[in-house]
Design a protein. Structure first.
Length: 767
């Protein structure tokens, strides 16, 4: 009856059942669910208390069934009992005594999910599924506990195949479809829910969310009213709407929904947690922390709240820099190393991009550079999820991880510019911009700022486009769930296309249309013309871009027989197919192993002539640079490395080698050093190079560069402090005495330092 929306009838039947079986925890828990569905909270709480007291102490198979143990455990948890005691004394013994019973697995999994302990939840549901294959509820629980969208979708599909009328699974599916922007598909799924349960509050809450996302305020209010028809004070309705809005980055509206939920039920911990999390992302940190504190005080086993409070302690030790409408918060070590660079680039990006898009930012942008991957994950997602994201923008807040923990993974300057573009497009659209357009414009702006930033065509992306594996423009969000690399590149191609077609004025107008609560389909139709023609023109544009990449190269992969033929007779194979890219690269690696450097260059020079902008992971420029180095042809080596950096400014080995080839001082060294520091801000050679160059320039910059270098604890720190002291003294800076004394503290027999100290004491000029 609950499943099909007969809530009042379910309550009457549950009351009858509970009277007939007063010591049956499952019957009492069912009564609690039925009474709560119609908003009779006092009676529901009484039923919950009865369920929790049907047995005392640990699970005893002689006195309690596994189903009743599971219901008792859930009741205990909802009443605030210690989760560990419940797990150790009730659920674990029930599972051990009856491993084929499903209810304890489901109860334990649900409790773990409520604590945001996704690892325990997934392990529990997986164990249950292994014991009881083909159980739709266990498969659905496993789908909810997994972060990976593809794996989650697999288990959800299995659950719905077993039970196509599984209402919670259908609601979960609709939620995911809304998140990816597949609104028509979500509507169909919710319609199928309505046929089963026309009163399901979660489904009506999602209908309200859909209407709000479409700018239909009246429809949103009507659907919300339907969701609350049986229980006018149901906090889960506004909680559902709020979490959906937050996933769409509409944080102000999400916060309002969570406040509404808490007005209905001030003790609704999920709403306290989400309100706190979203306030932390929106800059209201004092209030945000207060809600997280409340959750942890009430539920010490709430994993995400515990993680955040632990992070709060770590963040209290971070330092803050502010300039040009940007506030940077980072560790003391990172502040010395590259804090000024982050601040300067952030301010430049803010000014450049806000002017370009005509968007006034009414706030200082906060950039949190977290010292560890775990800190970044918790600040961003509330839970450690492992490497994946380089940075995330919530509007007024950007979170990223210190590049010192991700050496060689990315150019941190490109990441910051990308996220700052999000700040502008989110603000300019009032957070109404779909993910594909926001990501596409951010990658587009990366490329506009620096040729080695952003993403370019390669053979894999080329083939996906030619094979029709990219979705239509309006369905582009779906690709982020299945192929993130292609999704970002596809989105950037759309942005490039829209820029070429509309110009910056058209892009500005597009943001204004979105900010006026027009859907992306409506906005594009207004700004760019009929959607069918727009899609057709873009498809033609994307195909032309793909075909132009290495258009005279054969990108077909080698089959097994071809590979054998190539290895048996490379000369004959390549004579017949000289432009077979993967055959050429395989032969190039053979020549590399044989150290036949001249033959290697002769083989690859025609390949890069055909496609100079080669962005393959196995890149011919890398081998050409290696061969040129071995042939002692520094000019050719430098040219190959410079091309690599021009194509990918995150290539750390190429940047480091260019620095080695550069002169020890002058603009060439400074440029090469900055290229390294944009990837690894702690590189001693690069820091020394910029410090040496800056000695003839700005004093503040000189000091910052030397301090950054000295923070890496170099072996020649006394000599470096002496150089800094000399620079300061020439500029009549009193800090020269302090630095020369530090140099002598490290090396008391450093004669030039003793001489400088005497000179300073006498007030004489440097000899």
């Amino acid at each position: 009856m609950l499943a099909i929306g007969q809530y009042r009838e379910a309550g009457a039947l549950a009351a009858e059942s509970a009277r007939a079986f007063p010591d049956d925890a499952a019957a009492q828990f069912a009564r609690y669910q039925a009474l709560r569905a119609v908003g009779n909270v006092p009676a529901a709480t009484e039923a919950l208390t009865v369920a929790a007291r049907t047995q005392r102490g640990a699970f005893d198979p002689q006195r309690e069934t596994p189903a009743n143990a599971a219901a008792r455990a859930q009741a205990l948890q909802l009443l605030g009992a210690d989760p560990k005691l419940t797990l150790d004394r009730v659920l674990t013994p029930a599972i051990q005594a009856s491993p084929e019973a499903r209810e304890p697995y489901l109860a334990l999994g649900e409790i773990a999910l409520s604590k945001r302990d996704d690892l325990l939840a997934s392990e529990t549901f997986r164990d249950g599924n292994n014991r009881l294959p083909g159980d739709a509820d266990l498969l659905f629980g496993l789908a909810r506990s997994l972060d990976d969208p593809k794996t989650s979708a697999k288990y959800l599909a299995q659950a719905l195949k077993l039970n196509p009328r599984h209402v919670p699974a259908l609601v979960f599916q609709a939620r995911g479809l809304i998140d990816t922007g597949a609104f028509p598909e979500a509507e169909k799924t919710l319609a199928s829910v309505e046929k089963i349960n026309p009163s399901q509050p979660g489904a009506w809450a999602l209908r309200s969310l859909l209407a709000q996302l479409r700018g239909d305020a009246n429809g949103a209010a009507a659907a919300r009213g339907k969701a609350l028809q049986f229980w006018a004070e149901n906090p889960e309705v506004d909680y559902e709407i709020g979490t959906g809005l937050a996933r769409q980055y509409r944080f102000d509206e999400a916060i309002a929904s969570f406040r509404s939920a808490l007005a209905m039920d001030p003790n609704h911990l999920p709403s306290h947690f989400e309100l706190g999390s979203n306030l932390l992302r929106s800059g209201s940190e004092t209030e945000g922390w207060s809600h997280i504190e409340r959750v942890l005080a009430r539920d010490p086993y709430h994993v995400a709240a515990f993680n955040l409070m632990t992070l709060r302690e770590a963040m209290s030790k971070m330092q803050t820099l502010n300039s040009g409408g940007v506030t940077v918060r980072l560790s003391a070590a990172d502040r010395v190393l590259f804090g000024s660079r982050v601040l300067a680039l952030g301010a430049k990006a803010r000014e450049t991009l806000s002017q370009k898009y005509g968007v006034a930012l009414p706030f200082d942008v906060m950039v949190d550079v977290l010292p560890t991957q775990k800190d970044f994950d918790v600040r961003t997602f509330n839970l450690p999820i492992g490497e994946g994201f380089l940075g995330v923008c919530f509007g007024p807040l950007i979170t990223t991880c210190s590049p010192r923990t991700r050496l060689g993974r990315a150019n941190w300057q490109a990441v910051l510019w990308h996220e700052m573009a999000h700040v502008v497009t989110l603000t300019g659209s009032r957070h109404r911009i779909p993910r594909w357009l926001s990501e596409g414009l951010s990658v587009h702006e990366e490329k506009a700022a620096h040729p080695g930033w952003g993403m370019g065509m390669n053979s894999e992306r080329r083939q996906a486009i030619l094979d029709g594996k990219t979705p239509p423009i309006l369905e582009s969000n779906s690709l982020f769930q299945t192929n993130p690399d292609l999704a970002y590149f596809h989105a950037s191609m759309i942005a490039d296309f829209l820029d070429s077609r509309l110009g910056i004025e058209g892009l500005r107008r597009l943001l204004r249309e979105l900010s006026a609560d027009r859907t992306i389909a409506q906005a594009l139709a207004t700004v760019a013309g009929p959607p069918e023609k727009l899609q057709a023109d873009f498809a033609q544009y994307a195909k032309a871009q793909a075909e132009s990449y290495g258009c005279d190269l054969d990108w077909k992969p080698l089959g097994d027989e071809e590979f054998t033929e190539l290895r048996a007779g490379p000369s004959a194979f390549l004579a017949a197919q000289p432009r077979r890219y993967f055959a050429v690269m395989d032969r190039a690696h053979e020549l590399e192993r044989a150290q036949d450097w001249k033959a290697l260059r002769d083989l690859l020079d025609p390949i890069v002539t055909i496609e100079p902008n080669n962005r393959e992971a196995d890149n011919p420029y890398t081998l050409i640079a290696e061969a040129s180095h071995s042939l002692r042809d520094q000019g050719a080596e430098r040219a190959a490395l410079e091309k690599l950096i021009a194509l990918d400014a995150g290539n750390l080995p190429a940047a480091e080698r260019l620095l080695e080839l550069a002169c020890k001082s002058g603009p060439e060294a400074a440029k090469a050093a900055e290229g390294v520091l944009a990837i690894n801000p702690a590189d001693p050679a690069a820091l020394l190079a910029v410090a040496e160059v800056s000695r003839t320039g700005d004093l503040a910059n000189t000091i910052a560069n030397y301090e950054a270098l000295l923070s890496t604890d170099p072996l020649n720190s006394a000599r470096l402090r002496l150089e800094l002291a000399q620079t300061l003294y020439v500029r009549n800076d009193p800090r020269a005495r302090r630095e020369v004394l530090k140099a002598l503290e490290e090396n008391p027999r450093l004669e030039p330092a003793l001489t400088l100290l005497q000179t300073i004491h006498q007030g004489s000029p440097l000899p």
